[in-house]
Design a protein around this ligand. Structure first.
Ligand code: C2O
Ligand code: CU
Length: 471
């Protein structure tokens, strides 16, 4: 099977049963809105492969692929009773939310797994407005590949002036000739030691090449998420004005999209403002760039007759700031290094696992082929422990030839360049190239036990997962 993205196109109906009730709630003596949304994970079927008579067996939240878009107000009390109707344990992680540690969804670190038939209620107050997402965090390499993910939108207090809010979740699915999830490759050590398990069907919101209806002159907020297990998505949107306003959920100084290109590593998000310039009946395409040419993955089709504005808006939109730390005082920061080794052709001789040094052969029997600071897989001791409020820098030292999308739970961070300058962009996931070193900094202000792992989920499962503690 080739992992080339298929050019086939089909339509899919994704039904979503989402109920939200809002009522006033008073917590910590200020009044908060409480939002309650029920989620349920269960097996389902969806048309990813494009043949209407050949549905793919997937796992879903609320019978929907992706799961329902959850929209909640910033600073509200969000309560999500979650029922596990799968035949295996699971948990949910709220990616990018600077969340209360107990609700972070990491099995055996922040909570016990939710067994089949059980319910667990996730309760949290999202401090930041922006584009986040949620996904399974147990056997993630399998459950997320089968569709257990969705978008979480935290609304700004004052809505920004756009005509439409469009969400595009990009994913690649690896399907076999029967249009079923290719199971022989799930857990394949070959994929785990290379670039991860890459798919052969590219979808947006679970659909091949969907079309979105827009109007000339319309101002659109486009939220893009890469929900693939491991594929880095080089995307292109041309033919219209595009301005980046947020990255990984956090506002940035608005800037025009350079060369119409975006590179989204697994788990990364970008929010754009699009001012639709195309004439009635014309469309703008979102493309996936390959060296054999660009592949259309979605299009924005201008209404054939209705024009909203003859001349698109040119004013810029700046999102209100989120309550991130004002500064990261590096003067008294604690410094750590995370050395990443392993993978195919990585020459790793062995690593510590279960508190014991093991050679590469015995590690491979446990499907471990990567190590961070000489440890493969989650250790009993943290990578580091710091007091709440400590500034931390981490040198992400990639000593192998593979790119990695490093993600930190519960915090956003900034990168520091070779000159020691801090990048103004806050991220929760950063792409580190083969043999590259990057320094990141953050204030460890969220108490608890937090993961730091590669979001190429096969790499995380094969050893690239560590944790730190904020006391
Ligand atoms: Cu989306 Cu542990 O991550
Ligand atoms: Cu990786």
């Amino acid at each position: 099977m080739s992992s080339d993205i298929s050019r086939r196109q089909f339509l899919v109906t994704a039904g979503s049963a989402l109920t939200a009730i809002a009522f006033p709630y008073s917590a910590f003596s200020i009044s908060r809105t409480t939002i309650q949304i029920s989620l349920e994970a269960a097996p389902g079927k969806v048309n990813i492969g494009g043949e209407t008579d050949r549905l793919t067996d997937v796992l879903q939240y609320n019978n929907s692929t992706p799961g329902p878009v959850i929209r909640v107000p910033q600073d509200s009390l969000v309560s999500i009773p979650f029922g596990n109707q799968l035949n295996q344990p699971t948990t949910i992680h709220w990616h990018g939310v600077r969340i209360d540690n107990k609700m972070d969804g990491v099995p055996n670190l922040t909570q016990e797994t939710i067994e089949p038939g059980e319910t667990f209620t996730y309760r949290f107050i999202p401090p930041d407005a922006g584009t986040f997402w949620y996904h399974s965090h147990d056997k993630t390499w399998d459950q997320m590949a089968r569709g257990l993910y969705g978008v979480l939108i935290v609304e700004e207090k004052d809505p920004i002036a756009v005509d439409q809010d469009i969400i595009m979740v990009v994913d690649d699915w690896l399907l076999n000739n029967d249009y079923q999830i290719d199971e022989t490759s799930l857990g394949s050590l070959h994929d785990w030691s290379h670039g991860g398990r890459l798919g052969n069907f590219l979808t947006i919101n679970g659909q091949p090449q969907p079309q979105f209806n827009v109007k000339k002159g319309e101002r659109i907020r486009l939220r893009l998420l890469n929900a693939a297990n491991s594929r880095i998505m080089p995307l292109k949107i041309s033919g219209t004005m595009a301005t980046t306003i947020a990255i990984d959920g956090q506002p940035v100084t608005p800037s025009p999209l350079k060369d119409s290109h975006m590179l989204l590593a697994p788990a990364q998000r970008v929010d754009l403002i699009l001012d639709m310039m195309q004439n009635p009946g014309e469309s703008v395409d979102i493309e996936y760039r390959t060296n054999k040419g660009d592949i259309k993955i979605a299009s924005l089709l201008s209404h054939p007759t209705i024009v909203l504005r003859e001349f698109p808006l040119t004013s810029s939109i700046t999102l209100p700031p989120n309550p991130l730390p004002q500064r990261i005082p590096l003067g008294d920061a604690e410094h750590f290094e995370l050395e990443m080794i392993g993978g195919a052709m990585g020459g790793m001789k062995g690593a510590i696992h279960d508190n014991e040094w093991k050679d590469i052969r015995s590690l491979m029997r446990k499907k471990l082929i990567w190590a961070m600071n000489g440890i493969a897989g989650i250790a009993s001791k943290p990578f580091f422990r710091v007091k709440r409020g400590t500034s931390v820098t981490i040198e992400l030292n990639n000593q192998n030839r593979w790119p990695h999308a490093m993600h930190i739970h519960g915090h956003h961070f900034r990168s520091i360049d070779d000159q020691g300058l801090m990048n103004p962009i806050w991220r929760d996931t950063i792409l580190i190239r083969g043999a590259e070193k990057r320094r990141i900094a953050f204030v460890a202000d969220n108490p608890g036990k937090w993961l730091i792992h590669c979001h190429m989920i096969e790499h995380a499962a094969a050893g690239m997962t560590a944790w730190f503690e904020v006391t």
